[in-house]
Each structure stands twice: as structure tokens, then as C-alpha cells.
Design a protein. Structure first.
Length: 523
């Protein structure tokens, strides 16, 4: 039946025509026409003929009016249906790649095959696999080719993924995350599909004459026999993808129950960390920095220490990572810095306080003012504070990093480039920003005497520091052989277990007195 007759306007139109026709037939059957003619002739002196004519004309006009109204109504309904379809599409699709989005996935009901046999349906449901794909290094490409270039890349990636399978079953979930529903894959073919996904995404893409490459992390899992929502399977695929990502770019993994446990453990740790920060249970410990030429203590690096209520030490890389991801890093940083500044006030004036700033903090335009506020509250002069930043901290948002470094310098705070040689584009960072110190990573110190190539690299780094007039610190000095080697090459400062591990504030004060007493007795 044409759609018009199913619409309200259509139904009304049919009703009017049917009613009109019924009245007409009724009139004919009851000879109403003859009655009307005799009525008009009988009462013509009262104008009955004119009245009937007027009623006839009014009826005809009403009919024409109704037809026009119905036509209007029909047009309006068509427009409304088009707008509704457009709004539906907008709500359920990603504008850039034109792929369906998360909302569409949540509403998705997989249409079951039409078969009589229940067992075949079960078999079909057991063979639905959800793949989660997340790009690796997309942000870097975005920085390189700009947001428009990033858009071109996402469109190309979407096309490539769609070309691998059923286009209707590829979804774009977030910035650079895609979900794919695949049917009828064996475990072996699932693995092959995951590899194909990585291959498809990692092939170079040409944007404005640049050949750019991104990686892909893939996780997947089966839909549990159709009795659970599709999102649950997508969530497990996501967990597997995050685990794959943590192993480096271009890995794929199938979901395992232990991944869920890891997430639960992490969530519990996050709750504990929140409580520890509010109770100020995380303390700064201090590791000595020794001037290698004079043997004098020249500073302490503050290192965060968290001993849980169960007495177990939680390593800084674990909790700093969570603090960064959850935004707790600013509160933790301000708290530790305040404690460290007040401890440093008790040290001799020539003993500097070195403090680590994590990469996410370098994106904070208010970082300098936060530091200056803590300094002024503790009355520690800015000249006694040194901020340690890693190379990776400078590439997240180089423009903001440049401003923050400039502001810190202007305030009299010193800047050290931490873990030098292990991060991203070390030399480029040296050329671009002004540093007061380079800290050679402990991985170089550890092997500089056994490995000739590492030795040459350490030599070159020390030479670089000298020619740029930047002081050098060697981290991780553990034995006298390493110390002699570094001394001979002219390294300025040493830090490592040979001189002392990170210690609580009270031990740091005792260390200061012991060290000066020892130096005086050997002088
Ligand atoms: P880092 O800044 O490179 O700190 C030096 C790390 O090397 C410390 O580990 C220290 O204990 C260790 N270390 C020092 N001397 C030696 C040695 O002779 N041999 C060996 N094998 N290791 C040595 P820690 O304290 O576990 O800290 C690890 C990382 O956590 C730090 O690396 C730093 O990036 C981060 N971190 C620590 N405290 C803070 C903090 O308060 N804020 C921020 N943002 N990061 C922090
Ligand atoms: Ca450091
Ligand atoms: Ca370091």
C-alpha cells in the first residue's frame, strides 16, 4: 500500500472520500435529489434555490480546501520524516569517518539467521567476535600534520578497516578507537584478522606530501552466546586492547580473565592513592647529589615514597602513573613540594633541592605560579630549587612547555633535563630549550665500563655538556670504578647508591653533618 495511505493525512483523505460516496449513494437510494428539487421549487420565493446553490458552492470550496490542506500536510510530513532520519543519522554516526558511533553500537541488535534449528542459532551466537582497535602514536602524527591532517588519517584508517570486512559492522568509538564485529571466525582466523587489522592500519599514509605512519593495538573477545549485551564483549575487547598497548605498539591480544583482575586491582589502588594523598601519607625522601670535584654534598633529589598501611612499599612509577592519569598529580605534587621545601630550609644554603615534574604537568599553564606559591609559603628562595623534567615532557605540548620553562627561569628556578638520552629526540630538546643541567640516565652509567659503545656515548654526552656550558650529573653511580671513570671524564655531579639511597628528612639532616665532618677530617 502506498505510504501516503498509511499516513494520518492519507487515512483522513480516504475517510472523507468514503463518507462522501456513502452519502451520495444514500441520497440516490432515498431519492433525495427529487425531494431537493421539489423543495427548491416550493420555497423559491423564500430564496431556497439560492440557499441550496450557496451550500453547493460552499461544499465544493470546502472540498478544494481540504484537498489543498491534505497536500500541505503530506509535504510537511515528508519534511518531518527527512529531518527525523537526518537527526537519527547524526546521533548514530561519526561525522568525520561516516562510521556508526558508540550510540549506534549500544542500540545494535544482531539479526539472527533465519533457521529452524535452535542449535544453529547458538552456534552462530558463539561465533561473534568483537575487535577493539586503538591507534598508537596518533597524537604525534596530529602534531606533525595538524588536525586537518589527523582527520585525513582517521578517514583513511576507517576506509582500510572497512575494506577488510563487513563495513556495516565497523564503529568509531572515540578519537582513535574503532570497534569491529566479525562473524564466524575460528580462533586461528581471529588471530589472522587481528594481524590483518594491524597491517592495514600501519601501512604509510600520504598526507600533504608527508608519508606518516601510525601503529595499532588490537584486543578481541567472543560474544558470550548472545545472552549478554554486546557492550560487555566490547568492554572485554577493550581491556585486551589496553593490555596489548601496554606491551608496546602493534600488539594484539585475546581477552583473559586476569586482565579483569588487573583492572580491579588498579581501581583499588586508585582509591587507596586518593586516601593516601588526602592523609599526606606519601612523603618525600632525599637522595644525595655529590659534587665530584670537591666531594661535597651539593643537593638532594626529592623522591616520593609511599609505604602502604600494610607496610608494603608501592614504587613511584606505579602510583605516579595513576596520579597522572586521574589528575591527582597536581595535589600530590603541591603537597610533596611543600614538605620538601620546608625540609630544605633546614639545610645549608648551598644544598639545592631537586624536584621531579611529570610530563602531564608540563601541559599546565599554571605550573610556575603553583610552584612560586609553594615557595613563597615555605620561604625557600627560588634559586635553591631545581626542577627535573624528562625529554618526553617537552613533546606533549612544546609551545606550553617553552612558556613554562621561560617562566621558571625568569623566577630564578633551575632546570635539569632528566634521564638524558632515553627519551624522544634528546638533541633537538637541547637545541630548543635552555637547561642548567643534564642528568645522564643510569642505564648509561651502569654499562659505561663494560660496553665500549656506551662508554663512547657517555664521553660524547659529557663533552656536549661542557661545550654548551651545561653541568652534567651522572645518575646510578653504584661502584668506585664508575666513579673513577666519570671523574676522569670531567663529570660534575654524581648520584647513586655509592653515595646514598633516598632517605627520610631526619636521615638527610644527619647525612649533611656526617658528610661535612668526614670531609673536614680528610682535609
Ligand atoms: P628518576 O627521577 O630518574 O629518579 C631516580 C631513580 O633512580 C629513583 O627511583 C632512585 O631511587 C633510583 N636510583 C638512584 N640511584 C640509583 C642507583 O645507584 N642504582 C639504581 N639502580 N637506581 C638508583 P625511584 O625513587 O623508584 O623513582 C623512579 C622514578 O619515579 C623517578 O625517576 C621519577 O621519574 C619518578 N618519581 C619519583 N618521585 C617523584 C615525584 O615526586 N614526582 C614525580 N613527578 N616523579 C617522581
Ligand atoms: Ca629525577
Ligand atoms: Ca633520572
Amino acid at each position: 500500500m502506498p505510504a501516503f495511505f498509511q499516513s494520518r493525512a492519507g487515512r483522513q483523505c480516504v475517510s472523507v472520500v468514503v463518507l462522501g460516496a456513502t452519502l451520495w449513494i444514500l441520497g440516490a437510494l432515498l431519492h433525495l435529489g427529487d425531494g431537493l428539487v421539489s423543495f427548491m421549487t416550493g420555497f423559491s420565493k423564500y430564496g431556497a434555490d439560492k440557499l441550496v446553490l450557496a451550500l453547493g458552492i460552499a461544499g465544493a470550496m470546502s472540498f478544494i480546501y481540504s484537498v489543498l490542506r491534505i497536500a500541505d500536510l503530506r509535504k510537511e510530513m515528508e519534511l518531518r520524516a527527512t529531518a527525523q532520519a537526518k537527526a537519527d543519522w547524526t546521533a548514530t554516526h561519526d561525522h568525520l569517518t561516516k562510521l556508526p558511533n558508540r550510540y549506534a553500537f549500544e542500540r545494535k541488535i544482531l539479526s539472527r539467521p533465519i533457521v529452524d534449528d535452535e542449535a544453529e542459532i547458538d552456534e552462530w551466537a558463539r561465533n561473534v567476535t568483537i575487535f577493539s582497535v586503538d591507534l598508537d602514536g596518533f597524537k604525534k602524527v596530529n602534531d606533525l600534520v595538524g588536525h586537518k591532517g589527523g582527520d585525513v588519517l582517521l578517514i583513511e584508517v576507517a576506509k582500510r578497516i572497512c575494506a577488510l570486512g563487513n563495513a556495516d559492522c565497523v564503529y568509531r568509538f572515540g578519537g582513535d578507537e574503532f570497534i569491529i564485529i566479525a562473524f564466524g571466525l575460528t580462533a586461528q582466523r581471529e588471530e589472522r584478522f587481528a594481524r590483518l587489522l594491524i597491517q592495514a592500519v600501519t601501512r604509510p599514509i600520504h598526507i600533504d606530501g608527508f608519508g606518516v605512519e601510525v601503529g595499532a593495538s588490537v584486543g578481541y573477545d567472543r560474544w558470550a552466546d548472545g545472552s549478554e549485551p554486546l557492550e560487555d564483549a566490547a568492554h572485554r575487547a577493550d581491556l585486551a586492547m589496553y593490555e596489548a598497548k601496554s606491551r608496546g605498539p602493534n600488539h594484539y591480544l585475546v581477552f583473559e580473565a586476569s586482565m579483569q583482575d588487573k583492572v580491579a586491582e588498579r581501581a583499588a589502588l586508585e582509591t587507596r592513592l586518593r586516601a593516601a594523598i588526602s592523609k599526606k601519607a606519601i612523603k618525600p625522601f632525599y637522595q644525595p647529589l655529590i659534587d665530584l670535584k670537591t666531594g661535597q654534598l651539593c643537593g638532594f633529589e626529592a623522591l616520593a615514597r609511599w609505604i602502604g598501611e600494610d607496610g608494603v612499599n608501592i614504587p613511584p612509577p606505579v602510583f605516579i602513573d595513576i596520579a597522572e592519569e586521574t589528575g591527582m598529580i597536581t595535589a600530590l605534587f603541591e603537597d610533596l613540594l611543600a614538605q620538601a621545601c620546608s625540609d630544605a630550609l633546614a639545610w645549608p644554603e648551598h644544598v639545592m633541592l631537586s624536584f621531579n615534574v611529570s610530563p602531564v604537568q608540563m601541559e599546565d599553564r599554571l605550573l610556575t605560579s603553583r610552584i612560586l606559591k609553594v615557595l613563597s609559603a615555605s620561604r625557600l628562595p627560588p634559586q635553591r630549587l631545581e626542577i627535573e623534567i624528562t625529554e618526553n615532557a617537552l613533546i606533549q605540548d612544546p609551545a606550553v612547555a617553552a612558556i613554562v620553562l621561560e617562566e621558571l627561569h625568569a623566577a630564578g628556578i633551575q632546570i635539569a633535563l632528566d634521564d638524558f638520552g632515553t627519551g624522544y629526540s634528546s638533541l633537538a630538546q637541547l637545541a630548543r630549550y635552555r637547561f642548567d643541567k643534564i642528568k645522564i640516565d643510569k642505564s648509561f652509567t651502569a654499562t659505561c665500563r663494560e660496553d665500549e659503545r656506551q662508554e663512547k656515548i657517555v664521553r660524547a654526552m659529557l663533552g656536549l655538556g661542557r661545550s654548551l656550558n651545561i653541568k652534567t650529573t651522572a645518575e646510578g653511580v653504584e661502584d668506585h670504578g664508575q666513579l673513577a671513570f666519570l671523574l676522569q671524564l670531567g663529570c660534575d655531579i654524581g648520584q647513586g647508591y655509592l653515595f646514598g639511597k633516598a632517605m627520610p628528612a631526619a636521615e638527610a639532616s644527619a647525612f649533611i653533618s656526617d658528610r661535612s665532618a668526614n670531609l673536614a677530617s680528610t682535609a
